[in-house]
Design a protein around this ligand. Structure first.
Ligand SMILES: [Zn+2]
Length: 122
């Protein structure tokens, strides 16, 4: 008995533009730092976002708008805060690999930023 798993991506098929019937071309688009697989019509510029990426983006928007209350703790000479697991897991899913090193910036009074991408994309 074999179990067949369908791994074919819908974007591997020929997709015709629903406006002008031209064969659409695979491309990539970014929004809010989020990478999308898209197909674009070379004739009329009609765009179609990959449904899975659209789903992931919605998850991202939900997380982005969520506010987490985390505690600061003094450990030795440093303060630590915990990053909610759901954020890290989501980023891991997106980036595939994630370093333990992040860039921390004192952006402005009352605001710290953590940058996960800059170190990874080198
Ligand atoms: Zn078109």
């Amino acid at each position: 008995m074999y179990v067949y798993i369908n791994m074919t991506d819908i974007f591997d098929n020929t997709i015709l533009c629903n406006k002008c019937n031209t064969k659409m071309k695979k491309a990539q688009a970014t929004k809010n730092g989020f990478l999308f697989r898209v197909v674009v019509c070379p004739k009329c510029n009609e765009k179609l976002i990959h449904p899975l990426d659209k789903q992931e983006y919605n998850k991202f928007i939900n997380l982005k708008n969520k506010e987490f209350k985390v505690k600061m703790r003094l450990v030795g000479n440093s303060y630590t805060v915990s990053i909610p697991k759901e954020i890290v897991s989501f980023m891991n899913e997106q980036e595939k690999i994630m370093d333990n090193m992040v860039k921390l910036c004192f952006e402005e009074m009352g605001r710290l930023s953590l940058n996960f991408n800059e170190l990874n994309r080198r």
